[in-house]
Write a protein that binds this ligand. Structure first.
Ligand SMILES: Cc1cc2nc3c(=O)[nH]c(=O)nc-3n(C[C@H](O)[C@H](O)[C@H](O)COP(=O)(O)OP(=O)(O)OC[C@H]3O[C@@H](n4cnc5c(N)ncnc54)[C@H](O)[C@@H]3O)c2cc1C
Ligand code: SF4
Ligand code: SF4
Length: 406
């Protein structure tokens, strides 16, 4: 099976072309001076999360802090939003604002992140940004893969000694694996969670199914209240309950094997993770180490922080997800529910389902279950190397034993 996503490996002006790799999200390492570095940098080969977490955060996950099993090491966890949300941001814009502050305060000389392709707003293109005002155009989420880390060598060649990187988990794992030998004095890592990514081409097919005028959609988010939110050019908004999404009309390989089987949802190796899953309509921040604290302090006076809440129970939804994923046998998990019941369930789920931290735990457990089932089914040998013990432990209460397949 070839799991190189079609848009991974695409040409990017000024960057080397990407040699073929099996499971690969084109994080950029294969385009560096030494493409063989993939062997020790790749999340999809033989990741060692306990060692990496100890190296980056100075300690392993603490069993006395149960949420660390789900979310990775953290010093503080917040529900948050910018007092003045930024236009074009995916949520309130904390991620790009943190990077702006790193540049404004001189903590870094450059930031590596993604901008939209001028010809396609949904296609990510890696950029090296040196002026805070240029980060505004990078706001927002794009679906797809682009070789962020291939800009590390140009950044070093340009003389930058301290840099910031905004990355998704598979990029951050590789960055941390290579960090020591890169020759930077300091790297500040701002991570976002990531799940269910796919190629930009596939994503366009999804947009085509959602709306007769897909070119007018400017924003899409899978929200924690079980709705997809769409925004359109001109200001219109639409909310679609998950249960009413046209999932059954997507091809079974809509999500590449990489994103069905990656093992880090919450970006456990970032200095600070900025997402939304535990935020109940606001953002969700995990400050993981001293550098993460330093980064968050840069927003003093412009960010509202409160303690995350937790309601409901995740056990039922995770069990249902496991059964559906097993039944789908490698395809997309479809809910077997009569059409008339879907609107009612769409109304009930945000009210009765897990919310806040319990929603985040549910999603992390679902991801663990999905990765184990897909890898054990498609690549059992790789599953043994790739799935960390803490991910197996999350799936165990649902009866998924080691090396369990569908
Ligand atoms: C494919 C994908 C799936 C995600 N799934 C979840 C999820 O399930 N749960 C959750 O809590 N959060 C998820 N996120 C993160 C979430 O969408 C927001 O980015 C995050 O909450 C930060 O919001 P913000 O307003 O602070 O970001 P903004 O200030 O708008 O900044 C967003 C940053 O993300 C970068 N970015 C956008 N697209 C990509 C991409 N394809 N690859 C790499 N970097 C990119 C931008 O360049 C920008 O720097 C996902 C992100 C992506 C890219
Ligand atoms: S390290 Fe990056 S470029 Fe190399 S195989 Fe893994 S995802 Fe692909
Ligand atoms: S879902 Fe996982 S493998 Fe796919 S892009 Fe996101 S972090 Fe990378």
């Amino acid at each position: 099976m070839d799991s190189l996503p079609p848009s991974a490996g695409a040409d990017f002006p000024g960057l080397r072309s990407a040699p073929h790799r099996h499971l690969c999200t084109d994080c950029g390492v294969s385009r560096m001076e030494n493409p063989k570095a993939c062997a020790r940098a790749c999340q999809f080969i033989a990741p060692d999360y306990p060692a990496a977490e100890a190296r980056v955060h100075g300690r392993a996950r603490d069993p006395a802090r149960p949420d660390e099993l789900h979310f990775g090491p953290f010093r503080a966890m917040w529900r948050a939003r910018l007092t003045a949300p930024r236009p074009g941001a995916q949520w309130s814009g904390i991620t790009t604002r943190l990077a702006e502050r790193l540049l404004e305060t001189g903590a870094v000389e450059a930031v590596l992140t993604m901008a939209p392709d001028p010809a396609d707003r949904w296609r990510p293109v890696p950029v090296l940004v040196t002026r805070a005002e240029d980060l505004a155009r990078c706001r927002g989420m794009r679906m797809g893969y682009a070789p962020l880390l291939a800009l590390l060598e140009p950044a070093r060649a340009a003389g930058h000694r301290r840099i910031g990187v905004i990355g998704i988990p598979c990029q951050v794992y590789a960055l941390r694996a290579l960090e020591v030998g890169l020759g930077f004095e300091r790297i500040y890592v701002i991570g976002t969670p990531c799940s269910d990514n796919t190629t930009t081409e596939n994503f366009h097919r999804f947009l085509d199914l959602l709306d007769g005028r897909p070119e007018e959609i400017t924003y899409l988010e899978f929200r924690a209240d079980f709705h997809v939110e769409l925004r359109y050019a001109g200001g219109r908004r639409r909310e679609i309950p998950f249960l009413k999404l046209p999932i059954s009309r997507l091809p079974p390989d809509f999500f590449p094997m990489t994103c069905r089987s990656c093992v880090d949802y919450t970006n456990v190796l970032a200095d600070i993770t900025v997402g939304y899953m535990g935020g109940e309509g606001r953002q969700w921040i995990l400050v993981r180490n001293a550098r993460g604290e330093e980064i968050l302090r840069l927003l003093e006076g412009e960010i509202e922080l409160s303690h995350p809440r937790s309601r409901g129970s995740r056990a039922g939804p995770v069990k249902g997800f496991l059964e559906n994923t097993r039944r789908a046998a490698g395809g997309l998990p479809l809910r077997r529910m009569p059409g008339w019941l879907r609107p009612l369930m769409g109304w009930l789920m945000p009210r009765l389902g897990p919310r806040g931290l319990e929603f985040a735990r549910a999603r992390v457990e679902m991801k663990a279950v999905e990765s184990i089932l897909h890898l054990e089914r498609a690549e059992p040998a790789r599953a043994r190397r790739m799935i960390p013990a803490h991910v197996r432990a999350l799936a165990r209460p649902y009866g998924l034993a080691p090396h369990d397949g569908p």
